[in-house]
Design a protein around this ligand. Structure first.
Ligand code: ATP
Length: 468
């Protein structure tokens, strides 16, 4: 069967999904490696399945997304508290949360080639999709990575790398309440690494074994059901708003109201947001009404009182929790796939990444028209230094001709290229001589290829206004 299909985990119904977009994963992966966004993890040793390393431009893009998220969900709000909990937690956290017993995926192994697959990702659970051999019985495989804490490796020293950041917030609920006395509703927010021993990591950074999440645990008073519903809807709207700030088009986003049979056991309502990745429509982020499941689990597991005291009504209760969750790596993949544009065909084709300027790893590239004309180079270097001081993410390029430099910057998504030429110096060139252009530069725009003349004195303000 050609096309992309989705198999429901519980009823096994197979539904056709949107066809993949023109951008192929090969194009994206190759650009990411060539231009220093994302490399295979431990590449010189042949790699390690399910791990990826972010290069200089990838880490810049990632930070820009993380910072935009932190600003929107934490610093610009009055009801959010940031935390950064340890990755390795007391193993009892994972016993209480249910992960030790139940954080597993169904695994099947081929009796012939011994390859392993996630049973719920297969259309046919009896035949190996690789060699046609017979698949064995499905069994549950726990995805938590184990490690050992301390000098002696014993049963008691077993600990886990966190498979989600969420629990770091539940275990700090009481700490934050005791330090800040927040009124409900309020949320805890965290960004950080999560680790899952995925049965079959695939699709570039979409499904890896080490990845990053940005999560919010938003606590509400369960006695006001209407408010709970309103908060749930508002958080969904905020998720959509965030995607739009990343330049992700509504047309490529799908809201999936997860049916009860498909929801995690702790969730009373879940919305998965799926995106049309080049390999098909898949989960990008989620929103779950986790009720009081986690706080109650930790009350039971730790013996601590994690209830909340309502001063006004003089009542004590366990708050409910709504969780918006974002996978950073999947967002990066969506942003890359959304931004990847090709204009023209064959050797003439122009590839550019149309990032929203605020996300672009490099905001401006400065260059002298000619590399061997000292006056041009000195003037351009002065401009480069002052822009670098102001914006940080500024590049210098004096290699090859201007056209080639534009192509290179297009490929990494630099929104503006600034060129210092003879007019800048007040020395009219043969082609275009206009003394009125003294101390102006050419600003070339990535998406349209258009060029305009901007006075050096206005340049910082000009850029500032366009990269917000
Ligand atoms: P899936 O069904 O695709 O395995 P999930 O439902 O298990 O995902 P959650 O447990 O809801 O995922 O995790 C929250 C978010 O973390 C996901 O929406 C996704 O963005 C991200 N995420 C989960 N697993 C991975 C992974 N293996 N690699 C990269 N990101 C991941």
């Amino acid at each position: 069967r050609s096309g992309i299909y989705r198999r429901c985990r519980s009823c096994a119904t197979i539904t056709a999904m949107n066809t993949p977009k023109a951008t192929s994963m090969e194009q994206l992966i190759s650009l990411c490696k060539r231009r220093g966004f994302i490399y295979q993890g431990s590449e010189i040793y042949g790699g390690l399945a399910g791990t990826w390393d972010y290069g200089p431009l990838g880490v810049a893009l990632k930070r820009n997304i993380q910072n935009a998220w932190w600003k929107m969900f934490v610093t610009s709000r009055e009801d959010m508290y940031g935390v950064d909990a340890a990755i390795i937690m007391n193993p009892n956290v994972w016993k209480a949360s249910g992960h030790v017993a139940g954080f597993s995926d169904p695994l099947v192994e081929c009796t012939k080639c011994k390859r392993r697959f996630r049973a719920d990702h297969l259309d046919n659970v009896t035949t190996c999709p690789e060699c046609g051999g017979t698949l064995g019985e499905s069994r549950q495989f726990n995805m938590m990575f184990k490690t050992s804490v301390g000098a002696l490796e014993t049963e008691d020293s077993t600990a886990y790398l966190r498979p989600e950041t969420a629990q770091g917030m539940f275990v700090n609920f009481k700490n934050v309440v005791d330090s800040f006395y927040p009124d409900l509703p309020f949320g805890l927010a965290q960004q950080g690494k999560a680790f899952r021993n995925e049965i079959s990591p695939r699709d570039f950074v979409f499904r890896s074994r080490e990845f990053e999440q940005m999560e919010i645990e938003y606590f509400v008073d369960p006695r006001d059901e209407e408010l709970v519903g309103k908060v749930f809807d508002e958080l969904f709207d905020e998720q959509m708003k965030f995607l739009s700030t990343l330049g992700i088009s509504k047309d490529n986003i799908h809201k999936i109201e997860v049916p009860e049979s498909d929801r995690a056991h702790y969730s009373k309502r879940s919305i998965d947001t799926e995106y049309d990745f080049p390999f098909g429509q898949k989960e990008l982020l989620g929103l779950a009404y986790r009720t009081d499941y986690d706080l109650n689990a930790h009350i039971k597991g730790s013996g601590e009182d994690l209830s909340y005291f309502d001063e006004e009504k003089k009542e004590r209760f366990v708050p409910h929790c709504i969780e918006p969750t974002f996978g950073i790596d999947r967002l990066i993949l969506a942003v890359l796939s959304e931004s990847y544009k090709v204009e023209g065909e064959g050797d003439e084709a122009r590839v550019f990444l149309a990032f929203p300027p605020a996300l672009a790893p490099v905001k401006v590239c400065v260059s002298p028209l000619l590399k061997n004309k000292i006056e041009l180079v000195e003037k351009a270097q002065g401009l480069f230094s002052s822009l670098k001081k102001r914006f940080g993410a500024v590049a210098w390029d004096d290699n090859g001709n201007v056209g080639k430099r534009y192509r290179r910057q297009d490929e990494i998504g630099t929104p503006f290229c600034v060129v210092v030429d003879f007019d800048t110096l007040g020395e009219p060139s043969a082609q275009a001589g206009n003394p009125e252009l003294l101390d102006t530069v050419t600003v070339r725009h990535r998406d349209t290829g258009e060029q305009e003349r901007v006075a050096i004195g206005d340049l910082e303000k000009y850029i500032e206004e366009r990269i917000k």
